[in-house]
Ligand binder design. Structure first.
Ligand code: C5P
Length: 232
């Protein structure tokens, strides 16, 4: 599996999304569809983007009882997506059920990636709100290890954590990393950021890039710059 750039298509309508993707004539980028677009436009949007020739990371962060997650993953798998995710918080039983549901009759399945602790959760909030009295780093690595033991393919994490995740879970365990900005670019609401080149150096397998591409004057040029810095 080669390194790739995934564009976060954080749009809320089909038209905006299609207008954006139509700018890409040659190479069809790997795109991430999140809850906003999925809940607005539904599964038909996924089918349409797939038909346009894009790989799709469906970012719905499932977390429910194992049976519900298993049956939902079966539905997602039939949409012919390439990657999807869940919360490792749902336990190993839920993650194992998810793999079962995702696996097609021919044995193939989309990649399954775990969210450990959301980056919006601070160690203090984890302790006071969730009553988890461990360091954030220990919790993230423990959840990543659970995901690996349950047969998942990787985790979403910061590029700054990619090396440690791989040392705990193995080199082939994938790290999918948001929080990427060009040198000197607008940071927006991200806090811990790296450039595409730095993410490559730190061992990320996929970078998820939203606004540096979607809000760029020329999104195709910005995407090509990302690919040049990260994947070539
Ligand atoms: O626009 P930007 O590059 O900040 O977008 C990053 C994308 O990655 C968004 O879709 C955001 O929801 C997602 N993400 C993130 N941090 C996480 C998990 C997901 O920025 N920890």
């Amino acid at each position: 599996m080669g390194k790739d750039v995934i564009i976060a298509c954080d749009f809320s309508s089909r038209q905006q999304t299609i207008d954006f993707l139509n700018k890409f004539k040659d190479k069809k980028p790997f795109v991430k569809i999140g809850m906003e677009l999925f809940y607005a436009e539904g599964a038909e949007m996924v089918r349409e983007i797939k038909q346009m020739g894009h790989k799709i990371f469906l970012d719905l962060k499932l977390c429910d009882i194992p049976n519900t997650v298993k049956k939902t993953m079966k539905v997602l798998s039939s949409l012919d997506i390439d990657m999807c995710n869940l919360h490792a918080f749902g336990t190993k039983a839920m993650m194992e059920a998810a793999i079962e549901g995702l696996t097609r009759p021919d044995g193939t399945r989309p990649l399954l990636i775990a969210v450990t602790q959301l980056t919006s959760t601070s160690e203090e909030r984890m302790k006071t709100d969730l009553l988890i009295n461990e360091s954030l780093d220990k919790v993230v690595m423990h959840y990543a290890h659970n995901a690996m033991e349950s047969g998942l393919d990787g985790v979403v994490c910061s590029p700054l954590e990619a090396g440690k995740v791989k040392s705990v879970c193995g080199e082939s365990f994938l790290t999918v990393t948001p929080g990427v900005r060009f040198e000197g670019g607008d940071i927006g609401d991200q806090v811990r950021i790296t450039t595409p080149a730095k993410a490559k150096e730190l061992g990320s397998d996929y970078i998820v890039v939203g606004r540096p591409i979607t809000a760029a004057e020329n999104p195709v040029t910005a995407y090509e710059r990302c690919v040049r810095e990260f994947a070539e």
